[in-house]
Design a protein around this ligand. Sequence first.
Ligand SMILES: Nc1ncnc2c1ncn2[C@@H]1O[C@H](COP(=O)(O)OP(=O)(O)OP(=O)(O)O)[C@@H](O)[C@H]1O
Ligand SMILES: [Mn+2]
Length: 482
Amino acid sequence: MNSSPRLDSEPLNGNSVACSLFLFVLAEKSTKKRLTRHKIYREQMNITALEAPLQLRPEASWVQFHLGISRHGLYSRSSPVVSALLHDMRHFPTISADYSQDEKALLGACDCTQIVKPSGVHLKLVLRLSDFGKAMFKPMRQQREEETPEDFFYFIDFQRHNAEIAAFHLDRILDFRRVPPAVGRLVNVTKEVLEVTKNEILQSVFFVSPASNVCFFAKCPYMCKTEYAVCGNPHLLEGSLSAFLPSLNLAPRLSVPNPWIRSYSLAGKEEWEVNPLYCDTVRQIYPYNGGSRLLNVIDMAIFDFLIGNMDRHHYEMFTKFGDDGFLLHLDNARGFGRHSHDEISILSPLAQCCMRNEDPTFQASQLPGLTVDPLGSSPTLRSLSVFDLTNQTSALSSTQLQYRGLIISSESTKPSRCRWVRRKAQQSVPLLRLVLRALDRRLQIVLETVRACVEAHGERSVVAEGAAEQSAPDPGPAHLAR
Ligand SMILES: Nc1ncnc2c1ncn2[C@@H]1O[C@H](COP(=O)(O)OP(=O)(O)OP(=O)(O)O)[C@@H](O)[C@H]1O
Ligand SMILES: [Mn+2]
C-alpha cells in the first residue's frame, strides 16, 4: 500500500483552510527575490504583467468546494458550488503555472517515493487561477473524434482531455460524485502558462514550431522528443481543467493499488485474469473483508466499464473518512477511447464477486442514479434517458452544454479559431451519438451481469437492503471540514 505522507495530521476545519490561504499569500510575499527575478524575466520578454490581486475570498468557489467535501462524496447532490467552480475554472485568468508533483519527480525536484507512478509522456500542468484556486490542466493530445487504435495497449493510449470532462459528468449523473469537477477551456499557452510560470524548466521547454505555433513538452527521462510536445494554434490550446483537491497536508489521502490492477508489461498477466475465483481471495483480506470497500471497488469497476477505462491502477481515498469512505475516481483521461468495443474484462470485479451466500454482493442503493431491477424481464434504469439523445432531460442538456462548453468558451477567441472549434464540434456530433450508444449498451451489460448473478444465487443473497454507509460499523466524521 502506498500511503500518503501525513496520515496523522489534525482534522481539517474551515480555519485551517483560511490559514493555509494566508500562509500561501505570505509565502508568495516572502519570495520577493524570486518575484524580482521573474519581473526581470517578464521585462526582458516584454511581457505585460498579469498582477495577481492578493485578495482571498472565503466564498471563492474552490474554497467552498473543499469545505463541502463529505463522506458521501466530493459535493452534495444539489450543491450550487459545482457550477460556480466550473464557471470560475473556465473564465478566471491564471496567475501561475507549474508541472504537477509527479512530473516534478521526474525532474528530481521532489521525493519519488511519494509518487505513485510518474509519467512524463502525459503532459499536464497545475494552473493557479486569480482566485488562488488550483486546477490540473490536461492538454488535448489527439483529435476529439479519434478512436484508440486496436493495437494500442491501454498503457500507451493517449490521455484524452475530453474524457476527463465527460467522466465528471457521467459520474455526477450516476450520483457517485467521486470525480473532481472538470471543464473544457482554451488556454493561451503563452499568456496563461509561459508568462506566469516561475518554473525555469517549464519556461525552457517552450519553443515555436515550424508552423509558428507555440509549443512545449514535458522534460522526461524517456520519449522527450518534440513530436511529443503540445502546441497552441498559434497560442490557444484546448484542454481540460480539473478542480484540485485540498492539499495532502489538510486532507491526507491514501493511494491504494487496485486489486484488479492490470499488468503494465506486454506479456504479463495478473492473477485476476487467470483465476476465476480471485475474488474469494480478495474478500478474505483486509480491507475488503468487511464494510463497503469491496462494493466501492465494484462501483468503480462499473464506472470504468461504462467509460472503457482500463488504466485504473490505483485509487485514492480521504483517510479521514475511514475504510468505508468513498473512492476517488481520479484520472479518467484514458476513458472513452473506443466506442465500438466493450471491454468486458473491466467488469471482472462485478462478475467475479457475485456471491454465493452470506454477504450480499450489491447494496440496493449501490447505484443511486439507477433503479436496478435485476429480476424484471427487462432491466430498467431510471436515468437511462439521460444517455438518450432523443430524450431531452435536464441532466442530458447539462451534459450537452458541457460537451459544448468548449465552443462556448471559444466565443471570445479569434474568429479563425472559433470556426475551427465549431467545425470540430460539428464533426464530433456523430461521435457523441456513438459514445452515448456505447453507454446504453454497456449499461445493459452491467444490469445483465447483476441479473445473471441473481438468477444463479437468488435475490436475497445477492441484493441487500439499505445504504452501504449505514451498515458501516464506524461511520467516522461526516465532513472533511468538521
Ligand atoms: N484534481 C486533483 N487534485 C489533486 N491531485 C490530483 C488531482 N488529479 C490528480 N491528482 C494527483 O496527481 C496524480 C497524477 O494525476 P493523473 O493520474 O490524472 O495523471 P497521469 O498523467 O495519468 O498520471 P499517472 O500516469 O500516474 O496515472 C494523481 O495520482 C493524483 O495523486
Ligand atoms: Mn493516469
